[in-house]
Design a protein around this ligand. Structure first.
Ligand SMILES: Nc1ncnc2c1ncn2[C@@H]1O[C@H](COP(=O)(O)OP(=O)(O)O)[C@@H](O)[C@H]1O
Ligand SMILES: O=C(O)C[C@@H](O)[C@H](O)C(=O)COP(=O)(O)O
Length: 315
């Protein structure tokens, strides 16, 4: 029997094609960098940077960008054994524009259908998922079948931490009005929920941080984590509520901060840290990635996060 994973994430993958020139609309950009992307894929990369044994369950096209996904995962130390291809569907691409400090529009190319929404329940390795110390899934994975059923199955089959990232991208839903219902179904199965204010509002109808955390706990999870971008983080269990202010940085590209945060939350939960330390560490990891252009390629090491926290404590 193989050693259990610390973390198995499931959901979307992409090749992120990000401009080399900052502050320009896509029509004026001259050159681009190519990065591994897709939110849950980035979370696995972030956790692997801390030495965690991470894997991602996703699907690519049977094309060169699909081969790049495997190559990049291996380079980042993420197990790619649960990544399969769907002939006939191209590997998704995600372009962005970079207008610091707070405007980073994303343009997804996931047509005619993203292969990562073709994750079938019967193809899941439920033994490996069940034995992982954390399983991490996203609300976007609930946007279409068969990925929706597979996502709910994985969350429900899991016995350790089952994290639902309330991650909501309206353009990835045929009918965005269905998102609250399916987010609710995932919350019933999850032990931990993570979301920004907009995502909390979609999932539980509240965007005031404490009310949102309480509403999440009422739906089932034991831990609710509310991300507030440059305003920091609030986390609550039924026993305690803690906050972490954001660490001030010069923002280069805010995309990826949430995924850096997610990978760091997993690392902290696995390490058994107290909640205050988990969210302070994760917030600093998010700030580091916000201060860098890339997402997956920018994920920090534990020493980098600790150094930033120490600098801010003494500075
Ligand atoms: N501009 C920023 N400055 C400092 N910290 C940030 C910044 N943006 C994000 N972070 C940190 O990263 C966390 C996650 O980022 P956030 O933007 O809230 O997530 P998402 O990208 O999922 O909306 C935040 O709660 C915060 O701690
Ligand atoms: O999958 C996506 O949402 C796009 C990703 O490829 C990209 O890396 C990203 O935007 C991550 O954003 P986050 O949710 O702000 O961490």
């Amino acid at each position: 029997m193989t050693e259990p994973h610390d973390l198995v994430t499931m959901g979307r993958v992409s090749v992120d094609i990000y401009p080399d020139q900052v502050g320009r609309p896509l029509e004026d950009v001259e050159s681009f960098g190519k990065y591994l992307g897709g939110s849950p894929t980035n979370v696995a990369v972030a956790a692997a940077r801390y030495g965690r044994r991470a894997a991602v369950v996703t699907r690519t096209g049977a094309d060169p960008f699909g081969r790049y996904v495997h190559k990049a995962l291996k380079e980042y130390g993420v197990d790619d054994r649960f990544v399969t291809s769907v002939p006939g569907l191209p590997t998704p691409l995600a372009f962005c524009e970079i207008f610091p400090p707070d405007d980073f529009p994303l343009y997804f190319y996931r047509y005619p259908k993203a292969p990562d929404l073709e994750i079938h329940p019967h193809e899941l390795d439920l033994d490996a998922i069940g034995r992982a110390r954390i399983v991490w899934a996203t609300v976007t994975g609930l946007s279409q079948q068969p990925s929706r059923e597979a996502t709910l199955l994985a969350l429900g089959a899991h016995t350790g931490h089952a994290v639902i990232d309330l991650d909501y991208r309206p353009m990835l839903w045929d009918d965005p009005g269905e998102a609250p219902h399916w987010a609710g179904r995932a919350l019933e199965r999850a032990t931990v929920a993570v979301g920004n204010l907009e995502e909390c509002e979609v999932a539980v109808g509240e965007r005031e941080p404490e009310a949102a955390a309480r509403a999440i706990l009422d739906r089932g999870p034991d831990l609710a984590i509310v991300k507030m971008g440059p305003d920091g983080v609030l986390a609550a269990t039924r026993e305690e509520t803690v906050r972490a202010p954001a660490v001030k940085v010069d923002v280069a590209n805010g995309l990826g901060a949430g995924d850096a945060f997610g990978g760091a939350v997993c690392h902290g939960l696995l390490a058994g840290w107290d909640l205050e330390r988990v969210i302070a560490f994760a917030g600093a990891a998010g700030a580091i990635v916000a201060s860098r252009i890339a997402c997956s390629a920018a994920m920090p090491t534990e020493a980098e996060v600790d150094a930033l926290l120490a600098e801010r404590r003494t500075g």
